[in-house]
Design a binder for this molecule. Sequence first.
Ligand SMILES: O=C(O)/C=C/C(=O)CC(=O)CC(=O)O
Ligand SMILES: [Ca+2]
Ligand SMILES: [Mg+2]
Length: 398
Amino acid sequence: MLDLTGPYGIHHLPYGVFAHDDEAPRVGVRIGDDVLDLAGVEAVGLIDSAGAFGAPTLNPFLAQGRAAWAAARARITELLRDQSDRLDGLLHPVAEVTLSMPFAVGDYVDFYSSEHHATNLGKLFRPGAEPLLPNWKHLPIGYHGRSGTVVVTGADIVRPCGQRKAPTDEAPSFGPSTRLDIEAELGFVVGVPTGLGQRVSVDDFAEHVFGVVLVNDWSARDIQGWEYQPLGPFLGKSFATSVAGWVTPLDALSAAWVEPPAQEPAVLPYLTGSVNQGLDITMTVEWNGTVVSRPPFAPMYWTPAQQLAHLTVNGASVRTGDLYASGTVSGPDRDQWGSFIELTWGGAEPVTVGEDKAERTFLRDGDTVTITAAAPGPDGTVIGLGEVTGTILPAIGG
Ligand SMILES: O=C(O)/C=C/C(=O)CC(=O)CC(=O)O
Ligand SMILES: [Ca+2]
Ligand SMILES: [Mg+2]
């Protein structure tokens, strides 16, 4: 029996790319603990995606736009409700498939939209200075990341090497990062592209963005702390960024929209709109199996629609498969912070993790971090987002 009511029930239907046995990777939709092979469903004539579901990435489907996304979702819902035996052989247990990158990442942008995270990092990176810089409440701060190093959940993360220089060091040194960290984030996946010179208004967000995916923006704080001024993060974050294998369509999140925090001072008109909402999503961060934090997305200061409006206000185009991440999701309370540099306050206050109750400040080789999340679905149901996991491997050639 298919599980139609759980966190991956019929109200959710996230898309991913999977391979089963020796078959080529193709698009599937998750239902409970199973994956429905949508390329197979199309091959037997039960759905029509103009071939998009046979592709090894979601990109062709993402490019089709909101009407096609809605039609596919309606048809898949109908087929699963019928539980027709025509789907026999097209459902595979999730445990028996291999997930690959769900979409080919176009450009990758990382924002910095949690006031709590920005304040904490300001205090840790720039002690004695005003933690929030003067521009922070006027525009969603972000930087362009490295799309070629975005990897899917389960990929091992090799500890990066680089230059670092603590304020007390006389000169920089080179070696494996000793302050390797995570950042729990929510990513937004662009479906419908824009041309050069075109802006996406706050109200047009849902015409362009297909859905959301959990992100772990691995960060080497020692490398970052030395290199980041004045141009921002570079090699301290570009070695790897992990995403979950399942992309949750916005259409599944209709019950999760919430009023975002009030913005004071008032923002410029291009950052306003009649539909400008936050999402009631709560993440769970596990370090070697121990839950160390539950970051809430609802208090994020800048909304995803404002982020996209800002990203395109200068006429920069977006492409199908572009990924923009929210920035680290940290809430007001200590057990809601989305990075270890915050949770251990710069490495000064270790946390206890794992079965062996080991003390940790930053990541050690062999450590595993897993991020999941939950959001309200329609009629009291729950949407489970997940999971993005990665294990740290020793540095190479340090
Ligand atoms: O305040 C800083 O200098 C640095 C902040 C970050 O490292 C955060 C970042 O990558 C953006 C985010 O995830 O919020
Ligand atoms: Ca980040
Ligand atoms: Mg990264």
